[in-house]
Design a protein around this ligand. Sequence first.
Ligand SMILES: C[S@@+](CC[C@H](N)C(=O)[O-])C[C@H]1O[C@@H](n2cnc3c(N)ncnc32)[C@H](O)[C@@H]1O
Length: 432
Amino acid sequence: MKENEQINSQLVVDYTHEGLGVIKYGNFPIFVKYATKDQVIDLKITNLKKNYGFGEIVNVHTESPSSVKAECQFYERCGGCDIMHINYDSQLDLKQSILKNTLNKQGIEFSHIEIEKSDNPFKYRNNVIYSFLFDDKLKQVQKGYYKKSTHQVQEIETCMLQSDVANNVANKVVELLNMMESYEAYRKNLKRLQIKYSFKRNEIMIVFITKNTKIMSSPYLVEKLVEAFPEIKSINTVSDTAQKNIYKQDFIIEEILDIEYQIPVQSFFQVNTLEVEKQFSYVLENLNINNKKILDLYCGSAMISLLVAKKAKHVVGVEKDIRAIKLAKKNLVANKIENIELINSDVKDYYFKKSDFDLMIVDPPRKGLSANIIEQISAYKIPEIIYISCNPASLARDLKAIEGQYKIEQMKIFDLFSQTHHMEVVCKLKLR
Ligand SMILES: C[S@@+](CC[C@H](N)C(=O)[O-])C[C@H]1O[C@@H](n2cnc3c(N)ncnc32)[C@H](O)[C@@H]1O
């Protein structure tokens, strides 16, 4: 077998954990972009390694019942979505089997992995960052996303993961920039365009990411944008060294369950507001938090701490990002909640005492839990743990490390990232 060689009539037998179709040529696995399980395809080998290869579809002989025509016209050119060619129910099956296989590889058997279907598999994101494309001949600008694994920007008119209003605002920004005389000035300075949207409050924030914060402070641009979209509550410029508010305020407000959150210019906020609300309801329904002492590790801007604090005795949140901690403090005041203590620390430097907590909630970044936390969990035997994970591989590794002491009671996937292979998992653990 050689690169560029064509292989005909191959059955797609499975998916990789990134959603690529798998064919077995003899025993040799080839991973094929946009291939759907049960299709029979002709493919071209695009990259050959010692133990596996990559390919692309040349021709489909037999269609799969799981195939669907991707609804987005930019799908195969854009690096954003990667499983839009698989129908939604099969996307959910794929996520369940990715999680199950990842757990099995660590020797963890758990047969009741549930999955919550998203009510909005499109138009769900509350945050988008576009890059710009400049046409120096026409002195025109366009916006787009990076093509997968490249620094090339692909023009995107409408992103199907964004709300209609965010798409319309982004297109209006481009239209207005192209009507302005100052092409040379923004050509040199404009890097990216970010739009944030609060679904519950219907508020829009625009952020121009620039080299120089002065450049986008055009009264014309602001006036025309606000005139067209009264939902705009915040316009800002951000450079590597400075942040400047150029319209109204430097935040928008969102609500999750009955808690109000400020979303500032620069901060982490879960991208799928409506589904994360379902995820947090599930956490609250399945935990007895009444009067408990709760530790919320990797607490960000205290979203989870705030949700549990009303019923808990006391909550301690630990987070290393000082901006998130400052924001968390504002959120505490806005929601009149006083029983949360916030600690600005790297979790790897955080040590607690055995009797301090009844319940622990962890929501780490993709790399999973710090080693010292695994040690403390094993040593201190906190009765219950909720582990929220966006990465099955690190979740499985961490569960393996504590499986002697903790048994998995519940595990549920929330489809916060439909049309992509990513998932969010909530896992409830009980001391054995
Ligand atoms: C997945 S987010 C969860 C945030 C929060 N639970 C929420 O739902 O908004 C992970 C958070 O962990 C923080 N973080 C990452 N590494 C950390 C570390 N070593 N120590 C403390 N916090 C960390 C990040 O800044 C981020 O806020």
